[in-house]
Design a protein. Structure first.
Length: 380
């Protein structure tokens, strides 16, 4: 099964850029455009930015570079179906052939993708041949110093050329030289195994990575626990679901002279559309919400209609409705250090409660903010 879009120039450029950075964690995300086509959804540095970008996708591939090694993580959300997971498993073969990873894994919880996760995944990989060659040169140079020959030829010999059978020496070796010869022989065997494809024998690590108990880690509400997958009461149309799972259809340009004809404007990669037809909702799409009465974030399908009512639909059929001019006192924008989730704002209600709304990116946040401010500024 072929995978369209895997060999696009922007994909190659993003991978080359991630490969040139040897410090920290660099990554790029491939997401589905349709059942057999992918595109470059995002690229960046750091695990926190990776988690925020994967939040917008039901199923995606993250190609991660760390310590000059490549890892592929298949992210499968709770919204993905069994058919999608099987198809992604088939497409993973083509992705592995292109990027040649040293390790791969599957993840279903975004908060698991921290630096410790990639360190544990990296610990399962075999040492690269370049690392083995560097160790060979160091061992060869050490042997030439201990033998005391001072010859330039000895320092440039490979491991296989330095090894000499013990019986060829006319006099017995000293204990220190015998120990060094034994270590070089074991290194030569590891190199041979690596060249024929067998995993080399690696010495045990000096100190294994500690298994931290779950209760010792800082606990915050899990994005995956709060992101409830469901079919909304009023499902979006095929056009509005064409983009990512977090796409929002909104009235991006609210003008005083509202047109009576429908206009649809495509906005960047978020697939945002302006719906200005009379009777159409001012805004509709997926957002994450958090009430002041609960610390959990929940996924909701939001609609703001022409009557300036914000309707939040849940999976179990319950609907929460806010009359924006009557119930909302003000819209408060949060500083970056105050945002628990990126791209979020807080609605302060007249009854003293608050409602935090988090969008997928800055463009969608601006769409939501404009619509709410429009509803607050016009008479009810």
């Amino acid at each position: 099964m072929s995978l369209i879009g895997l060999n696009l120039p922007e994909v190659d450029y993003a991978f080359d850029k991630a490969s040139t950075e040897h410090k920290g964690i660099t990554w790029l995300i491939l997401s589905y455009l349709n059942r057999d086509a992918v595109h470059l959804a995002a690229d960046g540095v750091g695990t926190l930015e990776l988690q925020n970008n994967l939040l917008c996708h039901e199923l995606a591939f993250a190609i991660v570079r760390m310590k000059r090694k490549t890892m592929i993580v298949t992210y499968e959300s709770e919204d993905s179906t069994l058919v999608q997971k099987v198809r992604a498993n088939v497409h993973l073969r083509a992705i592995k052939e292109k990027f040649d990873p040293q390790a791969s894994a599957t993840c279903q919880c975004i908060t698991d993708l921290d630096e410790d996760f990639f360190l544990r995944l990296l610990a399962t990989t075999a040492p690269a041949l370049s690392d083995i060659a560097e160790e060979e040169n160091r061992q060869s140079y050490t042997l030439s110093e201990m033998l005391g020959t001072g010859s330039k030829n000895v320092s440039t010999l490979s491991v296989t050329q330095v090894i000499v059978p013990a019986q060829s020496f006319p006099t017995p070796l000293s204990p220190e030289k015998a120990r060094l010869m034994k270590a070089l022989e074991k290194r030569r065997q590891n190199v041979n195994k690596a060249l024929v494809g067998s995993p080399p024998e690696r010495p045990p690590p000096a100190a294994p990575l500690p298994e931290l108990p779950a209760q010792s880690l800082p606990r915050r509400p899990s994005i995956r626990e709060a992101s409830v997958s469901y079919t909304p009461i009023h499902p979006p149309t095929a056009a509005s679901r064409k983009g990512s799972i977090c796409s929002i259809s909104s009235a991006a340009s609210i003008r005083s002279d509202t047109s009576t004809t429908a206009t649809r404007r495509k906005m960047s990669t978020g697939q945002l559309f302006a719906l200005e037809t009379a009777g159409k909702p001012l805004l509709s799409g997926w957002i994450n919400v958090q009430l002041s009465t609960s610390p959990l974030w929940r996924r909701r399908w939001v609609r703001i209609d022409s009557r300036k009512q914000m309707i939040l639909d849940s999976r179990d059929g319950h609907t929460r409705t806010y009359d924006i001019p009557r119930d909302v006192r003000t819209l408060r924008e949060l500083a970056l250090d105050e945002q628990e989730l990126s791209h979020s704002v807080t609605l302060e209600m007249n009854d003293g409660t608050t409602l935090c709304c988090a969008c997928a990116d800055a463009n969608e946040l601006e769409e939501l903010r404009q619509v709410i401010l429009f509803c607050l500024s016009t008479p009810h």
